[in-house]
Design a protein around this ligand. Sequence first.
Ligand SMILES: Cc1ncc(COP(=O)(O)O)c(C=O)c1O
Length: 461
Amino acid sequence: MAGHSFSRDPITVPTVETRHRRIHTAIPAPGSKEILERLDRTESRSMHGQLPLVWDRAEDYNVYDAAGNRWIDFTSSIFVANVGHSNRHVSNAIRQTLDHPLYSCYAYSNEVRARYLEKLIAFAGRPFEKAFLLSAGTEATEAALKLMRMHAQKVGKRRRGVICIQNNWHGRTLGAQMMSSNLTQRDWIGYQDADIHHIPFPYPWALDDNSGEALLRKGLKQLADSGVDIAQDIAGFMLETFQGWGAVFYPKPYVQAIKALCREHNLLLTFDEMQAGFARTGKAFGFQHYEVEPDLICVGKGMGGGVPISGVIGRAAIMDLPDIGNMSSTHSANPLCCAAGLAVLEEIETRDLIAETARKGELLFRELRALERRYPDRLGETLGRGLIAAVLIYQPGTREADGLFASRVAERAMQKGLLVVHTGRESIKIGPPLTIPDEAIVEGVGVLSEAIAEISKEPSA
Ligand SMILES: Cc1ncc(COP(=O)(O)O)c(C=O)c1O
C-alpha cells in the first residue's frame, strides 16, 4: 500500500445527505487524527497507510465514524462482510455463544463445530468431504501447501514442487509469501524454495490467443527447460481464483488445461478462494466459473462475517494425510467462530445471496461500463464478476498505470461518503456487502464518477 500518504488534517468538504450517505463534518472528522497518531505510537507501521477513516460502527452496507458521518461501503472491510456488516443473524449466533457460555475449547469437541462442518461441507458441494478450520487466510494457504506436498510424498514423487502464478498473492507467512510472487514482500526470507515455481498470469490484454493456453504451454516449457519434470517433480498447482489487485479472472480454457494436466500427472489443484468465496462472485465459490473440480480450496474472509475464521476444504483422502495432532491450532474451529460461520451460511441461503449477487453484479457492471465510457482517457478496463470489480486507471491516453490518480480518487470518494478499496496500485477495487440495495450501488458508482471528474480537473499532486 505504499505510494501515497493521505492527509489526516480535517478538510472542509461539501455536506452530503442522501438515503445512503451522510457527510456533515470536515473529513477526516475532527478527532480522527489524534486516534491515528496514538496508533502510530503503539502499533507497527506495517498496519498503517490506509484511508484515514476511523471506523466507529458498521451496519449492513454502511460504515459510520464517531461523528455520525455515514459511508456507502464498497469494501466489505476487505471482502469480509459478505452478509452485511454486523449482520443480525450472525450477531445473535455470537451472542448465544457468549450467553451459553463457551468461547474456546481447543481441539476438544463441541456440538456447534459438528453442525458447522456438516453445513460447510454441504455448502461446498462435490467433491469436498472434509475441512480443517483455522483463523487467518495465510494459515489456510500454508495448510494447503503442506497437504499438496504430503500428497506428493504419499504417491512417491521425486520432488514436491508447487506451481503458482506470477503476481498472484496468498498471504504473509513464509510459505504463502513464497507462493506469492511479490519479490519485495518476500525479500526478507533471503532465499526462494527451489520447489515453488511461478508461471506467467494470462492477462487478457497480453494474450495472443483468447484461451491463454499458448502462454500456459510456454510457462511449462520454461519449467521443463530448467529441469522440472511435471509428472515427477510437481505436487500441484496453487491458483488465486482471480488475481486480487485487479479482480482479473483467467480465461476458462487456461484453467481447464491446468486441470487436465493435474488429472494426467496426479497433481492436486488448489484454489485460493479468500476473496472469491461465499457468494462474492455470484457463485458459492469463484472456481465454479471455470467449470473444474479442484482438490482443495482455501477459504477465509467472508466465511465468518467478521470473526476470524479460515480453512481448507478437500477430499477426505487428502485432508486426512496429516497424523493426529499434526495439523491443528489453538483457535481452530472455536465455538464462537463456528457459530458465526454457521450463521453466515444460513444467511447466504435464506437471503438467496448467490443469485442476488449475480443479479446485482449485472447492475454494478452496467454502471461501471458506463463510467468507463464517460472517462475513456483514464479508465482502461473494468474487471471482475458478481460483486467484485476493479476499475483500472491509466495515465491520460496511454496504458501506463496511474496508481497515484487511483489513490486520489479513493480519497475524494471518501470525502463524499463512499468507501472504495485503496489497493495502492492502478486499480480502484469494489466489493460491497452482498446485501447492498440496488439504489446504493447506483449511487456509489455515481459518487465514484464525481470523484474521477474532479480529480481529472485538478493539477496532479
Ligand atoms: C487471495 C488471498 N489469499 C490469502 C490472503 C491472506 O489472508 P489473511 O490476511 O486473512 O491472512 C488474502 C488476504 O488479503 C488474499 O486476498
